[in-house]
Write a protein that binds this ligand. Sequence first.
Ligand code: PLP
Length: 408
Amino acid sequence: MSTAYNIAQVRSAFPLLRRTVHGKPLAYLDSAASAPMPTSVIEAMDRYAKHHHSNVHRGVHLLSQEATDAYEGARTIVRRFVNARSTREVIFTRGTTEAINLVAQSWARSSLSSGDEVLITHMEHHANIVPWQLACQATGARLVAAPLLPNGELDMERFRALISPRTRLIAVTQVSNALGTILPLSEIGLLAREHGIPWLVDGAQAIAHGIVDVQAIGCDFYAFSGHKLYGPTGIGVLIGREALLESMPPWQGGGDMIRSVRIEHSEWNELPWKFEAGTPPIAAAIGLGAAMEHVESLGREAIAAHEIALAQHAEKALLEIDGLRIIGTAAHKAPVISFTLDGVHPHDIGTVVDLEGVAIRTGHHCAMPVMEFYGLPATARASLACFSNEDDVQRLVAALRRVCEVFR
Ligand code: PLP
């Protein structure tokens, strides 16, 4: 593990980690669902609320200009963080779900027709399945899903074979939230380019782990949420290729997304505001910018190295528990560990470990097709973050031993 990475210092930035749960110190292992915010994020939003709160893009008064500068400043930070070509390609949304829905409502509905296909995988989060189902229902297109291998990797042979002249869009996750699998985006990107098919990446689980460079990935759309990256809820981002965004119709109408409005006809604002109708989540965007700066200050490679080493240690420690099975054993994994315990329902696992102060997630993780693939109703999932430490892992292992005592 990196010695330069000062875990005590990293943890001290997160006030949530200082609270107790059922009288015990909190071991927070649920950042894949939502990551806590560091003080710098909370303070950035607090500062905005106390000193600059106003609406953006509209007023000439000083506060409105300050709010606009802070909001557009956050967009500049996002551009840098993911290496987008320009801020015109950075659209603020409510989260990953809304970002994908934007593409499904705007691009897909205006581009798909009967007989066309949208290719996804069997390990997508519902947010990267249902919007395409809706778009397919509206256009007569068909949703096709590439299968998994038993270890939770994508079956690339089948994926390749499912690409046809009818495929109009590829939409894949970068990291599976239910299995931790990291998908081979470079290979998928090559296939997309070879066949001239636009492709979207769901980056919800990838954005917090390692460096995301949208130009290096080469995708046409990239979606993520602020709250998985130590930012607030209610903010996310769609990065889109400018030419495609230009060609797409708006998906929501209202203030800010227009240049002019007459009763008979309106003209659209330029990018990125064409896709940001109404007053945006200003404070949340500012919080996201602060979260990205916080992550940059820790060093994204250092965070990734810490998390990978800890996840390997955690998997080893968990496998020493009798009857524990890790679901998803791909060669390349993010620090997300899904597991089952023989004879114990995952919800019972979650309830007992919670009483020990350990927060993990149990359920289908909004990835029901993954559960179906493994013939499971649910799994328990521990996910690691920049602040996770060996004590968290030991606490989880001890809590699971307690589960075994209670249920076996
Ligand atoms: N995609 C993946 C892979 C996710 O893990 C999640 C959330 O867990 C989402 C999409 C949806 O994110 P949000 O609920 O923030 O829109």
